[in-house]
Ligand binder design. Structure first.
Ligand SMILES: Nc1ncnc2c1ncn2[C@@H]1O[C@H](COP(=O)(O)OP(=O)(O)OP(=O)(O)O)[C@@H](O)[C@H]1O
Ligand SMILES: [Mg+2]
Length: 365
């Protein structure tokens, strides 16, 4: 999957700017605060419908502007497609080849993208929600109905939560809760199965990559814990009973306590929780391994590598891991956009683009 060109209008610090990329490595060079990350964020937003930096689209609008517009030509499966996203009057409209998409979920995954920045360390260091997000974002890209499934599940959780907080009598509450629980089991089981399958597939690839990156003998293990259990099949079998057992507690605490919205991905290094025991460098290598596994999995699934966006990643890696990453990208012919500041040691390969105060120009030679 490739991006051919990209246009930004009134997005962040861009007025009206366009850029044509090359198939291999594209390096965006510039001083701090010039708009390198904004390009990466714009492409990510166009392809996923979400920004990884802000919750509200409003913040992506160039200051004092009313609407922003992002569009570009891409190649998937040897076909050229034109994608656009237009944000106006607090609404976003997306089109594929000029045809409006009714639902964002029909649009997401058309072109796959993997984004990687130093903030991704939060996958290891942060709380369970970060790891669920990592899994969900990946599944959403390869399973067309997954965003809808997650939205439906979250809606049920919100409604059940509202019921738990209401002033209904306990007996009345229990019978109403049963109805929500049926839906929680139905939708939640599907979510667990998707996440469990992905985790197993990541594990197969990630441990191997980790060994190559570190040339160490530590073992990387990743397991999905559904409903607090390591075996997801057991969790699914016990799901309805667990909901019944916890009902009183849920009523007392006014919280939805059982379901995949509380699940976690356990990351171990030599059987010890990486979050607590792995060094900063080991944690970085783990995240890099998991990200590279994502690239491999999308390749297995779709027969093509996704677009890879690396924001400030190279400066964070030591020369061994940096070389490993570049070699991986080059040998797999993955189209990659890399940001770096002018002060950093430049890469030998790749087309260079100079980013300066919201303008992008290709550096020849
Ligand atoms: N909504 C907005 N409207 C206009 N300008 C914005 C908006 N949001 C951010 N900016 C500006 O965009 C610039 C930051 O761009 P960006 O984050 O892409 O920088 P960068 O080139 O990646 O820098 P660094 O090397 O420090 O990471 C800042 O100057 C900021 O003031
Ligand atoms: Mg930046």
């Amino acid at each position: 999957m490739n991006i051919i060109n990209f246009h930004l209008k009134n997005f962040r610090n861009y007025d009206d700017e366009s850029v044509t990329f090359v198939p291999g490595i594209n390096i965006l060079v510039g001083n701090n605060g010039q708009g390198k990350t904004n390009i990466i964020e714009g492409i990510y937003y166009l392809l996923t419908g979400k920004s990884y930096r802000v919750q509200r689209e409003h913040e992506l609008l160039k200051w004092d502007k009313e609407d922003f517009h992002l569009y570009g030509d891409f190649i998937v499966n040897h076909h050229k497609i034109f994608l656009e996203s237009h944000f106006q009057d607090r609404k976003k409209r997306v089109k594929i080849n000029h045809v409006p998409c009714q639902r964002l979920s029909d649009f997401v995954g058309t072109i796959n993208v993997i984004f990687f920045s130093p903030d991704d360390l939060i996958m290891v260091k942060g709380g369970p929600s970060e790891r669920r997000r990592f899994l969900d974002l990946h599944i959403a890209q390869i399973r067309p109905g997954y965003v809808r499934l997650l939205n439906a599940y979250n809606k049920v959780i919100q409604q059940k939560s509202a019921l738990l907080k209401s002033y209904n009598e306990k007996s009345l509450k229990s019978s109403q809760l049963q109805l929500w629980n049926i839906q929680i089991v139905e939708l939640g089981t599907k979510i667990i199965l998707h996440r469990d399958e992905l985790t197993k597939r990541i594990l197969k690839v990630a441990d191997e990559i980790y060994k190559n990156i570190t040339s160490e003998k530590e073992k990387l293990t990743i397991s999905y814990y559904a409903l607090g259990k390591k075996n997801s099949q057991d969790a699914i079998k016990e799901f309805p009973d667990l909901l019944n057992q916890k009902m009183d507690q849920e009523i007392d605490r006014q919280m939805v306590l059982v379901g995949p919205h509380r699940d976690d991905l356990q990351i171990l290094l030599d059987d010890k929780p990486a979050r607590l025991y792995a060094s900063q460098g080991q944690q970085r290598s783990m995240v890099l391994s998991m990200k590279l596994s994502e690239l491999e999995l999308i390749h297995q699934e779709k027969g093509e590598y996704p677009l890879l966006l690396l924001d400030d990643v190279l400066s964070e890696l030591d020369s061994f891991r940096r070389n490993y990453l570049i070699k991986f990208i080059e040998t797999s012919h993955i189209q990659t956009l890399i940001t770096m500041t002018s002060a950093e040691k430049q890469l030998e390969s790749g087309a260079q683009f100079y980013v300066d105060k919201g303008h992008i120009r290709r550096r020849e030679g």
